[in-house]
Design a binder for this molecule. Structure first.
Ligand code: SF4
Length: 252
């Protein structure tokens, strides 16, 4: 029988389970330093450019069910080489009880307590979810697929209003590590749009860390018309258009 919130209430968070699609022992692209990454199964977006579309379905089998106790030994083995752990997806915040339990268990473990705990998210969680995760979370990376609401809806199937709100909220809570912009050539790289995006981000935090990620076709589903990976020159032009105030841009 799967663990419930009652387990959390009694302190046995290691028995709490979540739907885990995959884990990576070492990653240096999912937050600061070298990190153990847990990819949760299920997402509330359906992005045309998703690199891991197999993680989108929510209705999935029990074979994905993983307990916190299953993950802890794996994290302990890698811990000497890690700065922290990141929970990504899919959409991590759709399973807040599991994320909370995992982070709590890491912080209660003498071998793991020095690791920092980050969430990589599409930014759709509501305030209550962010406030629930805040006491056990050291930082967040939030994807902003597009500042223009119509293009955002075309790219993801959903409104960007909750994403913009989460960016403001998390910055105010001191938990926003980085905003990520996936650049899709001809879709969300209009110069005027990028300028407006940069101005808005700088209005939240003039020195915000912003990672601009070039779309790469690997892993993405076929699309008609085909999605175009931006050239390095196109990505640099996009960065020049986005640059406002002291935004700290990083191109990958
Ligand atoms: S938010 Fe991320 S995981 Fe979800 S569909 Fe979009 S790219 Fe894929």
């Amino acid at each position: 029988m799967s663990a419930t919130l009652a387990d959390a209430a009694t302190g046995d968070v290691s028995a709490i389970t979540g739907f885990v699609a995959d884990t990576i022992t070492f990653s240096n692209v999912d937050g600061p330093g070298n990190r153990f990454v847990v990819f949760l199964q299920g997402c509330n977006f359906d992005c045309v450019a998703c690199h891991n579309p197999q993680t989108i379905p929510l209705a999935i089998g029990e074979h994905f069910r993983t307990s916190v106790a299953d993950l802890l030994p794996r994290i302990r083995r890698a811990a000497p080489f890690l700065r922290g752990i990141t929970v990504s997806g899919g959409e991590a915040t759709l399973q807040p009880d599991f994320v909370h339990a995992l982070f709590s268990a890491v912080q209660a473990d003498p071998e793991l307590a020095r690791l920092d705990c980050f969430v990589d998210s599409n930014g759709t969680a509501d305030d209550a979810t962010w406030h629930r995760l805040a006491p056990v979370t050291h930082g967040t990376m939030i994807d902003l697929k597009c500042f223009d609401p119509d293009i955002h809806e075309q790219m993801t199937g959903q409104s960007n209003a909750p994403v913009l709100h989460s960016i403001e909220l998390l910055h105010g809570m001191g938990l926003l590590y980085e905003v990520r912009l996936l650049i899709l050539q001809g879709v969300n790289d209009d110069p005027a749009l990028l300028r407006r995006t940069g101005e808005w981000l700088a209005s939240v935090d003039p020195a915000m860390r912003v990672k601009m990620i070039a779309f790469r076709a690997h892993g993405a589903r076929p699309h008609e018309p085909a999605l175009v990976p931006p050239s390095h020159e196109a990505l640099e032009a996009a960065a020049a258009n986005l640059q406002v105030a002291d935004l700290q841009l990083c191109l990958v």
